[in-house]
Design a protein around this ligand. Structure first.
Ligand code: ATP
Ligand code: MG
Length: 261
């Protein structure tokens, strides 16, 4: 099996569209947004204002770099998307759902639309590669019959079939991150958010991880990646959203890490 076994979303949405203003057929208005932040402010209980009036629309299939200095609000923005945090003001719409208004019972289903990858991998040390990936499905009550083929598919996809029985301490950094990416993909998410996924990796291995995320994106999964890696951002000329002190300071296609001029 290869990367080509990922469901190809470029053929269009696979489910009926919900009747909201954010859901429209891609043919008329361009790709439908998977993510819409409208006037989002996040103030933590200690009074710290981490996001201020953030507007952001991410069409399905986009690849977006989220950049900005330490403390700018990148991780906070990502936490809103998995409903780890809730916006203090404004709305966060994910695939047509307003995350603040979501009934508790619907949270798990919406969370499964997002695959998340962290800088420090967050693998379970007592579980093998295969078990780490499978665990993400076990906790959602997926049947054993469904788990096995799904896990084998994503392991093949990230090129880890040969390491399936190894524990995290027996893996290289790049292999740990590929395991984490496989785990993020096993639910077949609509969007993958990666919070500094190459922050603990050397430059060569970082490029491998970026190439993998680009392939996943080419197959139609939206990718939002926070990074401090200026070389990668500048070389790839993707969409760049720059946060500074909680504000969106720049949002440009084909941007570099640093502001032009
Ligand atoms: N749970 C929290 N409670 C209070 N303040 C917080 C909390 N989490 C983050 N902050 C503050 O919010 C601001 C934004 O933090 P955030 O982690 O989003 O930044 P970041 O852009 O991801 O930075 P880095 O590049 O260092 O990861 C910072 O000033 C931080 O101290
Ligand atoms: Mg961060």
């Amino acid at each position: 099996m290869t990367l080509e076994t990922l469901p190809d979303r470029r053929r269009g949405p696979r489910r009926a569209l919900a009747p909201t203003e954010f859901d429209h057929p891609s043919s008329e208005f361009g790709p439908r947004p998977i993510l819409v932040l409208n006037n989002v402010t996040k103030t933590y209980p200690n009074g710290r204002n981490a996001l201020k009036d953030v507007d952001l629309v991410v069409p399905e299939g986009d690849f977006v770099f989220l950049v900005g200095p330490s403390g700018a609000g990148k991780s906070t923005l990502m936490k809103l998307l998995i409903r780890d945090e809730v916006a203090t003001e404004g709305t966060v719409m994910l695939d047509g759902d307003d995350l603040a208004k979501l009934p508790r019972r619907r949270i798990p289903r919406v969370r499964r639309k997002v695959g998340i990858v962290f800088q420090d991998f967050k693998l379970l040390p007592t579980k093998t590669v295969r078990e780490n990936i499978a665990f993400a499905l076990e906790v959602t009550g997926t049947s054993r019959r469904m788990i096995r083929p799904a896990v084998e598919r994503v392991m093949a996809l990230v090129g880890l079939t040969g390491q399936a029985a190894q524990y995290p301490h027996q893996l290289s950094g790049g292999e740990m991150q590929r395991t984490a990416i496989a785990r993020a993909l096993v639910h077949d998410p609509r969007i993958v958010i990666a919070d500094e996924p190459t922050g603990n990796l050397d430059p060569l291995i970082s490029w491998e991880i970026i190439q993998l995320l680009l392939r996943i994106n080419e197959l139609g999964t939206t990718v939002l990646m926070a990074t401090h890696d200026a070389d990668v951002v500048t070389a790839l000329r993707k969409r760049v959203v720059a946060l500074e002190d909680g504000h969106v300071m720049r949002d440009e296609l084909g941007g570099g890490y640093h502001r032009r001029g």
